[in-house]
Design a protein around this ligand. Sequence first.
Ligand code: GDP
Length: 308
Amino acid sequence: KETLDKGLEKTKDSFFSKLGRAVVGKSTVDEEVLDEVENVLISSDVGVETTVKIIKRIEERVARDKYMGTDELDRILREEIAALLSTTNPGDTLQRDDFDVPADKKPYVIMVVGVNGVGKTTTIGKLAAQFHKRGKKVVLGAGDTFRAAAVDQLKLWGDRVGVPVISHGMNTDPSAVAFDAVKKATEIGADVVIIDTAGRLHTKVNLMNELTKIKRVMQKFTPDAPHEVLLVLDGSTGQNAFIQATEFTKATEVTALAITKLDGTAKGGVVIGISDQFKIPVKYIGVGEKIDDLQTFNKMEFVDSFFK
Ligand code: GDP
């Protein structure tokens, strides 16, 4: 919780000071206050669609109750945000350090997608470390074969954590890497396989074909793989993260989100907007560069951190 609070400091500070300014000298929530709140939400990168939804819900409450004091605004915003997150995050019972995979799917296959630079490799490394720490047997697949650095970095993580990395080197077929990773995991009785993929958003069709092929080839070995398609987004890029989510959800069926770099940004509101707009659960958030700075997403804790 401490790491989370610290990680969201910038978002919180900016959100709070702006929210404070929005109600200064006002005792009731009127149209003017709501306009200000709208600006605060938009500037925290909650996204227009979700902001409009939140404001509408508050307006409805004001209309219904005939009155809302500005002293209640925090609590009500918190409730509305939590309500939005709850409809989209069935996994919210997760605790911050609740890293686990279903035991009945062995090996549990996680395919990781996202554009370069968002923190994909780091997230895979941190996840591997967390699973490994809890006694799970992990195999990594270096499927981002278009960047030598990605393969090397994943190998470094593998060495650091002490888990095998399946790699065929640069410019090889990523689906072959995925196949071999799943095969290796099955042979050694691993609990979880995490497969990196190339993060080029070149043309949509290429991306889609590439991801579809990786899936198809893996399925020759494990018919229900991948069990999870984890899209990594950089929270500090604000609206770009929304665009990437749009592109990737068109290219493949994304089942979970990891939103990174929330520590360096005041744009933490992306978590709320993206989760609401895409109806995909946020499973992990990154709030720093250290291994423990990847946390499982817990709605109530997140909302609490956001609101001080
Ligand atoms: P990739 O190209 O998507 O694989 O990105 P990398 O995993 O190489 O990460 C890019 C940079 O972002 C690295 O310097 C990471 O240490 C950094 N990074 C990743 N996640 C986080 C995070 O949650 N917080 C911060 N501050 N940095 C992060």
